[in-house]
Design a binder for this molecule. Structure first.
Ligand code: TEU
Ligand code: CA
Length: 537
């Protein structure tokens, strides 16, 4: 039996911003339930929710204070159970976010750890410099600014926080932590959850001796990036832990584990791939190299080729957006955004791998930074104006052109984007030429065409800015040709055979053997396997 996620398309929902059912300005679980029919009609197979657990919301849910409940702002356990059931009733799946590197400082474990209550005293990473208590234990830095250490007066020790001081890091060298984590997984599995997205999973283990990270001379960006993260990430123990995690989940059934691997621009997606192991660690990991790749044929080709090579027999995930990065359409340059977005949708949904889409991507929601006084993201508050934070990609979903974007009955937690008046679900559904219709058609085509989700892939050399690849499966061969340029590009296509066009992102699919591709045009053809070798796009 093939695991469910091989041929699935996952849709990421940022729950605060999807749909507000009770009119308090914040999205919630009943809101997601109310929009499941929309997602089913769009044609996605699974949803991934960012954290919805009780939380003081310093990092909007990535600071969990109880892993086995729902924050009242989103609803309650009954709403969650209803959501799980309603998702399943539609033949869809649901993935929860698991934040195991750290908890909230409000979590009872942390409070008990501070008070040295057994068995929690060593649940977190506490340290003291033996020579001088006034000195930080080492030079590690927090991703959200400043030192990664904070002095705790009551405990008379420093604790480690890789993110906010309100997010103390758990001590994974303590076996009781792993045990507690598996109990949490079991809690959600018993309620029908189909998979987990594991937050910054390569950060769980830190160097046992807390050695200083080597500096990175000439580093750019945040001071966090001015050092090599040799001792606060990617420790060998992570791999053996992930093997235990994999066995635990596989024993529980057909459960997906997809890991977020934190790596910087000095590393490649091979780092992310390494946490899939020999198909015995995570099922999938995210590849941010693809997300940051320039929008041209060569860059896409390289990024994908590197990803596939690094993965070997492991299965790829494909993603171009999430809740941490600038929205994809705004990374494509100002010119011809809609045409480029259609092409990128085609790429994401036809290359080999499990696509993970981000809410609003299907209507081309753009990045819209908020004003300084409206900033909610702690990273934006700390680094502004050097870095404006992640609010710009977390604005409420645009459902219609009404005052609050059809998202809520009142002012929302982040302002509704002014662009909602034009770009919204209702308008997109009414316009046959919209990006939304491209997504829907592609999702349908993918579902009906096993070759597009299960097929092997062969990337062809880039020529004339055309990104070209073939998918093959059980005797079927499909050739996808994408013109990633604003110019018409000639095709040197050697076959004499007329071939059936399956999809054309610029109109009807009846254009057999064209001599050229229009600017930003993408086509999918049936090809004959025997011809594959001598075909060059
Ligand atoms: O993100 C990891 C992470 O630190 C970066 O992607 C971060 O968002 C970037 O450096 C910007 O500063 C994960 C979650 O996806 C993110 O939302 C959380 O804030 C973070 O972990 C902490 O849990
Ligand atoms: Ca609400």
């Amino acid at each position: 039996m093939t695991a469910w996620w091989y041929n699935a398309v996952i849709y990421q929902i940022y729950p605060r911003s999807f749909y507000d059912a009770n009119g308090d300005g914040i999205g919630d679980l009943p809101g997601i339930i109310a929009r499941l029919d929309y997602l089913q009609a769009l044609g996605v197979d699974a949803i991934w929710l960012n954290p919805v657990y009780p939380s003081p919301m310093r990092d909007f849910g990535y600071d969990v204070s109880d892993y086995c409940d729902i924050d009242p702002v989103f609803g309650d356990m009954a709403d969650m159970q209803k959501l799980i059931n309603e998702v399943h009733r539609r033949g869809m799946r649901i993935i929860m976010d698991m934040v195991f590197n750290h908890t909230s400082h409000q979590h009872p474990w942390f409070k008990a750890s501070v008070d040295n209550v057994a068995p929690f005293a060593d649940f977190y990473i506490w340290a003291k410099n033996p020579h001088d208590v006034n000195q930080l234990p080492n030079n590690w830095r927090s991703a959200f600014g400043g030192s990664a250490w904070r002095w705790h007066h009551k405990k008379q020790a420093y604790y480690l926080h890789s993110f906010l001081p309100a997010q103390p890091d758990l001590n994974w060298r303590n076996p009781a932590v792993e045990k507690a984590a598996f109990t949490i997984l079991d809690f959600w599995l018993a309620r029908g959850i189909d998979g987990f997205r594991f937050d910054v999973i390569n950060l769980l283990y830190k160097d046992q001796h807390l050695q200083n990270n080597p500096l990175r001379f000439g580093g750019i960006g945040r001071p966090y990036e001015w050092q090599q993260h040799r001792h606060d990430r990617n420790q060998p123990e992570t791999h053996t832990f992930l093997q235990r995690l994999r066995r635990h989940l596989d024993n529980a059934g057909d459960i997906l584990s997809i890991g977020e691997i934190m790596y910087d621009k000095y590393e490649t997606s091979a780092t992310a791939a390494s946490f899939c192991g020999q198909q015995d660690e995570l099922h999938l990991t995210f590849n941010f190299e693809l997300l940051h790749a320039r929008f041209n044929a060569q860059a896409m080709h390289h990024a994908l080729q590197r990803w596939y090579q690094a993965l070997g027999d492991n299965w790829p995930s494909i993603t171009f957006s999430n809740h941490d990065f600038k929205r994809q359409i705004s990374r494509l340059g100002k010119h011809a955004q809609q045409s480029k977005a259609k092409l990128l949708a085609m790429l994401a949904l036809t290359v080999k791998g499990t696509p993970v889409l981000y809410y609003g991507e299907e209507i081309g929601m753009a990045e819209e930074p908020v004003r300084k006084r409206e900033i909610q993201d702690p990273a934006g508050q700390f680094y502004w104006p050097l870095y404006k934070g992640r609010d710009g990609c977390r604005r409420p979903m645009c459902w219609d052109d009404s005052e609050y974007g059809g998202f809520s009955a009142q002012r929302s937690w982040l302002p509704i984007s002014p662009a909602c008046a034009q770009k919204n679900v209702q308008a997109a559904q009414q316009d046959n030429n919209s990006l939304w219709h491209s997504y829907r058609q592609l999702l349908q085509l993918r579902r009906q065409t096993p070759c597009l989700h299960a097929g092997e892939i062969r990337l062809l050399p880039v020529k004339n800015q055309i990104f070209c690849f073939e998918r093959s499966y059980q005797g079927t061969c499909l050739r996808v040709m994408l013109n990633l340029s604003g110019h018409p590009q000639k095709l040197s296509w050697h076959t004499q055979h007329a071939e059936k066009c399956l999809y054309n992102n610029q109109g009807a699919a009846n254009n057999v053997r064209p001599a050229q591709l229009n600017p930003w045009q993408g086509l999918i053809f049936h090809c004959q396997e025997a011809l594959a070798q001598d075909v060059l796009c």
